[in-house]
Every structure is written in C-alpha cells, then in structure tokens.
Design a protein around this ligand. Structure first.
Ligand SMILES: O=P(O)(O)OC[C@H]1O[C@H](OP(=O)(O)OP(=O)(O)O)[C@H](O)[C@@H]1O
Ligand SMILES: NC(=O)CC[C@H](N)C(=O)O
Ligand SMILES: [Mg+2]
Length: 538
C-alpha cells in the first residue's frame, strides 16, 4: 500500500477529485480505502497499514463522466464473478448503449453515472458468460476481446481478480497511455502497471514497456502473459498528454514528454519570428507555471531572449484546468500564481503557456502582468503550445463543451481581445505533431480531435456532441453537484464497518466520510511468495 500511495502521489497531476486503493491479501481478501480529495488527504498511515496484501490497484480521479461524488471514486469492485477490482483512465462514448445492454441483457445493476462502472460490468459479464468456477488467462483474454467489441472510446485499464492476479489492457487506438515494468526483489519479481513511466522509474522498476493498442497483459503469481488481441490498427495516442497532461519526466509510447515539449518550444519560437518579424520588441520570456516551463525555456533559447520566472507558483495549489467548475478554476489561478513586479515592470514580455483552452488562466495572468507593470499594452504575446482548441474531447479529458472553449468562433485577434492580450501566437498543428513524432516516427498519427475535430474511433455524431455539451457543461455539472445526492460508498461497495475501531477510533461518521471499507470477497487463497504486484492508473 505504501508503494501504491507513493505512486498515486506521482500521478496526482492526473486527477485531484478522488483517490482510492484496493489491495488483495491472504485468502483473496480485499481491503479498500477511497474518498474525495488529494492523495495526501484521503490516506493516512493507519489506512495504509490496513491496506494489507502484496497486490493492489490505485487510482486518482479526474471525472469525465458522472459527477465528483465519492461513490464514483475508483477503483470499482464487483463481487461476481470471482471478485474483480477495476480502475480506468479514459472515457467511453457509448455509455448509454452499454448501460442498456447491462440492464436488459446482463441484468446488472449500475449504481452510479460513472462510465468506468459500466466498463467493469461489461468485463464482469464477459467473464460470467465463460461460466467456470475458476478462470485462466485464455478466459480473461476472451473477456477483454468482448470489451473491444462493445466499448467505444478511450480506455487504459487495470483489473485485479481476487486470488488470481492483475491485468492491464488498452483500447484499440491506444488513446490513453499505460505501461508496465518489472523489479527484482529477494522474494521474486515485482510487477507494476502505470499510466506514466515516472512511477515505475521512481519506484525502481525497469524494462519499462508500453502496452500496445489492443493488447492485454496478465500477471499471475507464476507468470506474465501478453496477448495482442486486436490486429495493430490505427495507433493514435492522445497528443494532449504531451502538451499538458503528463509529467515531463515520463516517456509515453517511446516519446519523452520533456523532449517533445522542448521541441514544441522550438517551433513556437519559429512562429514568433514569423509573426513578429524584425520588429520583435520582446525583453523577456516568461512561462506560466507549471507545464509551460519546458517549452518556454526552449522558446527563449531559440529567440535568444532571457527566460525569467515572473510568475511564482504556490506549490500547494494543484492544477486548475482539471478543477471542477469555472469559479473554482478562476479563483485558483489567482491563488496559485503571483506576478513578481520585478520581472514585469517596464518590460515587454512574451508569456508562454502550453494551452489556452477556456482562457481562464490567460485572462487572469494578462491582468496580473499588467498590474505588475509590464511596459505597454502591446507587450503581451501569448503562445499556446497548440493550434486552436475548437472541439470537445471525448476520450478522457473533460473538455466537453464547444461554447466553453475560448477559440470557439474566435480567431487569434479575437482570442487576444477576449483575454486582454495584445497578441496571441498559436503553434501550428503540423509542428505540434512533428514535435512528438520526431521521437517515435512509428507513430503515424495522434488523436488531435480537440484541434481538428477528427475523432479516431468514429461513432461521434453531432447529436452525441450536443448531448455531451448539454450534460457536461459547467452549469449542468454544478447544478448536479449542488443537488443533494445521498449516495453511500458503503452500499456500493459492501460497506462493513466491522474493522472500524481498529482503523480509526473517531466514530463511524469519519469512517464513512473517508470511504474506508474492508470486505471479504473470496475464499480463494492467495500465495504470492512475497512478490509485489501493483497497478496504478489515472
Ligand atoms: O485556458 P485554460 O482553460 O485556463 O487552460 C489552460 C491552462 O490550464 C493548464 O494549467 P494548470 O493550472 O491546470 O496546470 P499546470 O500547473 O500544470 O500548468 C495549462 O497548463 C494552462 O495553463
Ligand atoms: N480521467 C479519467 O480517466 C476519468 C475516468 C472515468 N471516465 C471517470 O470519470 O471516472
Ligand atoms: Mg498551466
């Protein structure tokens, strides 16, 4: 549990709404702790000590479906068949259809609005149909094939089957990332799956490999088995991972996120030169912490203009883009960043950000830069690491509403006006793709749907996009969150407070609030010879 905890801290940038860990100990018993909040808030030492066992699943959540309710915190669990624990990174686009299928054909009750709960139940149903008291790897591959047939969208998943082992698999386009590695220990070989290689790296795992699109990897106490379940087709990893989402010290699908961002900075400099020509009257290049730092550094280097940290980030405030609700995002930009007058006063500044999506950050920082005394109105240039964000993301980034995107129906000049800048210079999409592809030419294309509206899975209709926009725009989300919803994590997960005193002596309320549950799910005996199998996912 400590390694899962450390790993989740390393993935905190991928989800700040909820976190959870489920471990599997002797006799196939599962131990769970999950709840809303950052990793450091959800778990304390006692929780971790009670999460016993030598395999487990951890998850940090950034909702792209359903709500922020703690009943949607992952990992999810179903007791039948076999006792399955499941964590998912991504988003399904045919959730309505899957829910009907589960209801009318499989007679499975779905207790939340989370698409991940659907995915787990499809997996469980596929396993159920095999109808065996004990399963083997072939059965699991068959069940995952069934997922590929039914589930459309972006999904990188990990599952743990009580008493059996852990499984990782990835959607047929490889939109969302997932990798795995091994580590030798005196007790044997340890295995870990993770959304990002940084976790494997920091935990001493090596021989790191990405799971291919349409591939599944199963690790049991005796073996690791891989299977390419679908013919390698259109591999299109999400380009937004490189631009913003992933940590720079991760390598995803053979591409160093750091190197790709340096390259983006280089191309951005070309765009500045192209747009400003010889009249480039810029005194200083200033990044918007955190993500744009790497690109900004290279832009400054190429332009031969000093790089300065003009915005200081409060290290205790998380990412604003993945916060729920516009009000919270706006307020937190101010809480997070402070402009140092020293670096702005009397200067023409080129402010570099990786993305201008809703424009929340840009609007605030332009004002902050001006308040801090930047020389003249014509002094702020904003460089997005990207071409215009004009289309919703449907594969695991919560960017569902066109109307909320600042570049929707606006060109560069109008965006500049809207955010109060004097000029906005966007990266061009070809350069962005080149910045990533350069490091792995085998990847022929990326999911760039937010820029070009091309959805690699197909199945996206205008009706679907309108529906998404209606249910997941900020207003709709906040009205839902404000509704009192008496969901209990206990009901959903066989809440049994029998170990409560041992875990926490402060009363049942506290226990429930933290969503800490201990449950027995299987009589299968686990003997893992002390080796550790860990899965971490967004
Ligand atoms: O136009 P917007 O809707 O504001 O979104 C874009 C901004 O959000 C992200 O920063 P965030 O604060 O999430 O994280 P960071 O600290 O990693 O840069 C991103 O790096 C941009 O700064
Ligand atoms: N960010 C994600 O991967 C989200 C997973 C899943 N769609 C959820 O909303 O919980
Ligand atoms: Mg940022």
């Amino acid at each position: 549990s400590y390694e899962l905890f450390e790993g989740l801290q390393l993935l905190q940038h991928r989800g700040q709404d909820a976190a959870g860990i489920v471990t599997c100990g002797q006799k196939g018993r599962l131990y769970q702790c999950k709840g809303n909040g950052m990793v450091r808030d959800v778990f304390n030492r006692e929780h971790l000590e009670n999460l016993v066992g030598s395999l487990g699943v951890g998850h940090v959540r950034y909702p792209t479906a359903g709500s922020s309710s703690h009943s949607e915190a992952q990992p999810f669990y179903v007791n039948s068949p076999y006792g399955i624990v499941f964590a998912h990174n991504g988003n399904l686009i045919n959730a309505v259809e899957l829910k009907n299928l589960l209801d009318f054909r499989a007679h499975r009750h779905i207790n939340t609005d989370s698409d991940s709960e659907l995915l787990l139940n499809i997996f469980a149903d596929n396993l159920q149909m095999i109808n065996k008291p004990r399963i083997n790897e072939e059965d699991i591959f068959t069940a995952i094939r069934g997922i590929y047939e039914k589930c459309i969208g972006g999904y990188a998943c990990v599952a743990m089957i009580a008493g059996f082992g852990i499984i990782g698999f990835r959607d047929s386009h490889g939109i969302r990332p997932i990798c795995y590695g091994t580590r030798k220990s005196p007790a044997g070989v340890d295995y870990m799956f993770s959304s990002e290689s940084v976790v494997l790296d920091a935990s001493g795992f090596s021989d790191i490999k990405d799971i291919n699109p349409g591939e599944a990897v199963i690790i049991t106490k005796t073996d690791m088995t891989k299977r390419q379940l679908l013919q390698e087709g259109n591999f299109t990893p999400c380009i937004f991972e490189y631009v913003y989402f992933a940590r720079p010290d991760s390598v995803i699908d053979g591409i160093s996120v750091y190197r790709s961002r340096l390259e983006m900075g280089e191309h951005l400099a070309d765009q500045v030169i192209k747009k400003c020509g010889d009249n480039m009257d810029i005194d200083v290049v200033i990044p918007v912490p955190d993500t744009s730092r790497v690109a900004a550094l290279q832009t400054s280097y190429k332009l031969k203009i000093s790089y300065r940290e003009g915005f200081i980030k409060n290290r205790y405030v998380g990412r604003t883009f993945i916060m729920p609700g516009q009000k919270m995002r706006r307020e937190n930009v101010r809480r997070k960043l402070n402009a140092m007058a020293l670096e702005f006063a009397g200067k023409n500044v080129l402010i570099v950000d990786d993305s201008i999506v809703r424009g929340t950050t840009s609007k605030e920082i332009v004002q902050m830069a001006r308040d801090a005394g930047a020389k003249k109105a014509g002094s702020h240039c904003f460089l997005s690491g990207n071409k215009f964000y004009r289309f919703p993301n449907v594969y695991g980034i919560d960017m569902p509403s066109r109307r909320e995107l600042i570049a929707f129906n606006r060109d560069e000049d109008l965006v500049a006006k809207e955010i109060g800048a004097d000029m906005v210079i966007y990266q061009n999409l070809e350069d962005l793709i080149t910045s990533c592809q350069k490091f792995n030419p085998k990847i022929k294309s990326f999911d760039c749907s937010v820029f070009d509206g091309h959805y690699v899975t197909g199945g996206i209709t205008n009706e679907y996009l309108s529906h998404l926009e209606n249910v997941r725009n900020d207003l709709a989300k906040s009205s839902r969150e404000n509704l009192h919803s008496p969901e209990t994590i206990g009901l959903h997960n066989n809440f049994r407070p029998h170990n409560f005193e041992k875990i926490n002596g402060n009363g049942v309320e506290r226990f429930e609030e933290l969503g800490c549950v201990k449950f027995d799910s299987s009589e299968v005996v686990m003997e893992l010879a002390g080796s550790v199998m860990i899965m971490l996912l967004l």
